[in-house]
Design a protein. Sequence first.
Length: 300
Amino acid sequence: MTVTAAAEPEAAGDPVAIEQAKQHFRQAVAFAEAGDCGAAVVEFEAAYELVPRPNALYNIAQCEERLFRYDLAIRYYERYLQEAPADAADRPAVNAALSTLRNLLGTVLVHSNVLAEVWVDDRLAGAAPGDVLLPSGGHSLELRAKGYIPARAEVRLVGRQRIELTLELEKAQTTVRVTETTGLDPTLFWIGTGATAVTAVIGVVFAGRVVSLQEDALELPEQHPERSERREEVEGAELTADIFFASAALLAVGTTIVAFVTDWDGEKPPAEVEAGSTARLRVAPLVVRGGGGVQLGGAL
């Protein structure tokens, strides 16, 4: 392909920007002459961003024409005519190119229920509702709008053909899933509290028995045969009391921990739990020779 005679940006303005624009322009020309028009477009656009001269638009239009993206070629040729001097030597050639390209394009009038972008073959081609110019052939057309589900359609058309296409976008539904983490049932706390209290009371009962046995033993003579037997009973009662007190302490610690992880929002008062709940706790002392403990049972 060819490029305009005044190819490089003129030396006016910011020297650094001008030099960078020239480098992009030279690279673009090299890509175009090598047949890589896609890369050439990128370099010409970079040069235009630094130094906006109409000759870059003309060359971009030529590259787009080579890539068969006639709608984009028309767009850049029209921009060139808007920015180029009135006496630009290329104007007649550009007008002739526009006349030829328009005969190669068809028009799709896209109707849409919302303002949307029109993407054709995965590139932005226009906006809807409105006309979109497309080269002859088959194309994949998609409407995209923020907050809506994209709508897609396949179209085929020939040069100078005009067709209408209606697409409706559906509002995207956003589902927010909230997961609530709840604590333990307050019933467990009240069960633990009750078990702690019962176990402590049993420990107190055995502690009282220790005192009673010690007093009985002291009333017996020093050499009385039952005195040693009473001493063994005292030791057994002391051990049992210690076991119950230790159990009560452990239950108290566990119940305290449960209190911190209990869901108190749905808490029922203790009386209501007892009246309406099927949870039942049975605490019974367990005494064996030489020791003892607590036996818990229940049903839900």
